[in-house]
Design a protein around this ligand. Structure first.
Ligand code: GCU
Length: 360
């Protein structure tokens, strides 16, 4: 059943190089570069390159979660392509159980608002460190390119056709937060994840696709231009997302988002984005009532991307031959998926399952 549904979507081939050569474990890295290149050129814009060392300063620290953790405010400073630098804050919660002798997992959590809800104490009790980065501290979620990090990537507010959009700036900032986390000897570098919800789920996927130091990548309800297949998607489509949020993407995205037909003729689909995480660990989650994001297209996208893991000799997406429903969770492979009843939200239920996956 699932293969038939996938065939109907008529996706561009994943496991063939641009010149038609079949993809194997040996040329996987070259294929991964091709996937990222088309996504950079047409969708998100060029992923910023580091122009120098990321530095940081802990500006305050204190006990939190009933004394079971330390919470600090850290300023991250990143050299910019115009020779200047840009500084933004993150809030880091480190459980006392995470030590140099017993390093523990950590998340870079890209959030909607400074200290947006997350079950902080529960994460502490699960020995998980969280570095929370607020997107608006990095770049405003608006169509302007003159302020904050965006100012360093535009000329007088104008962007070149493949200059990064806001998703790329937030994703790059997440990668700079990772520089800081990896400097902490209480963080287990084999278990560092990036996580975000909705537009920030798209961002987490783009960060994880580009920065291979992220061992685990989590997309919560990311939908259109995130974890959902674009071809025949229900709910939001490329024309709709680009009318409201053109600045999330590069200017070239306009070429493939005028009509639904244009987007269905694009030389890529979102399984390219998921596959760029291979052979690392990927977790995609949906909410049943979130038809705008389209849970079926998110699930099918995991199934479509799975062959990238298999070509690398590891298990991809292990799932039954049917669509997901209720509280289904399929987490036996390197690509995991769950759905839950309810609406578009990064809930406690989702967090707990992400914790299990990264701790596993
Ligand atoms: C809008 C947008 C989605 C996005 C969501 C969010 O609904 O259309 O693409 O994921 O906002 O970020 O909450």
């Amino acid at each position: 059943m699932i293969q038939k549904l996938l065939d109907e979507r008529k996706l561009p081939a994943l496991m063939k190089m641009n010149d038609g050569t079949p993809v194997t474990k040996e040329n996987w890295e070259a294929r991964r570069r091709e996937l990222i290149d088309v996504l950079e050129t047409m969708e998100y814009g060029r992923f910023p390159k580091k122009c120098g060392e990321t530095t940081w300063k802990v500006v305050s620290a204190g006990e939190s979660s009933a004394g079971k953790a330390t919470k600090s405010r850290v300023e991250i400073t990143v050299p910019m392509p115009d020779g200047e630098s840009f500084t933004f804050p993150v809030t880091v919660s480190i459980p006392n159980t995470a030590t140099a002798d017993a390093p523990k997992p950590a998340f870079v959590y890209i959030s909607f608002a400074f200290l947006w809800y997350y079950p902080e104490e529960e994460l502490v009790d699960n020995d998980v460190t969280v570095a929370e980065m607020w997107m608006n501290d990095v770049a405003w979620d608006t169509d302007e390119h003159l302020e904050k990090m965006a100012a360093h990537f535009s000329k007088d507010g104008q962007r070149a056709p493949d200059t990064t959009g806001k998703i790329g700036l937030w994703a790059f900032a997440a990668s700079c937060v990772l520089d800081y986390l990896l400097s902490l000897d209480c963080v287990d570098r084999n278990r560092v994840g990036v996580i975000g919800h909705s537009r920030l789920g798209k961002t987490a996927l783009w960060a994880g696709a580009n920065d291979e130091r992220f061992t685990h990548v989590f997309s919560n309800d990311s939908g259109c231009s995130g974890a959902a297949i674009t071809r025949q998607k229900v709910g939001e489509d490329f024309p709709a997302i680009c009318r409201r949020f053109p600045y999330w993407f590069c200017e070239n995205m306009k070429e493939i988002s005028g009509t639904v037909e244009d987007s269905e003729n694009a030389p890529f689909d979102q399984h390219y984005l998921l596959a760029a995480v291979a052979p690392r660990k990927l977790y995609v989650a949906s909410a049943e009532k979130d038809q705008w994001a389209d849970p079926v297209s998110e699930y099918l996208c995991c199934a479509a991307a799975s062959e990238a893991w298999e070509a690398n000799g590891v298990t991809g997406f292990v799932h039954p031959d049917r669509l997901p429903e209720g509280w289904d969770r399929f987490a036996d492979g390197n690509v995991a998926y769950h759905i839950r009843p309810g609406t578009h939200y990064l809930s406690r239920h989702d967090w707990v399952r992400y914790c299990d996956f990264i701790s596993g």
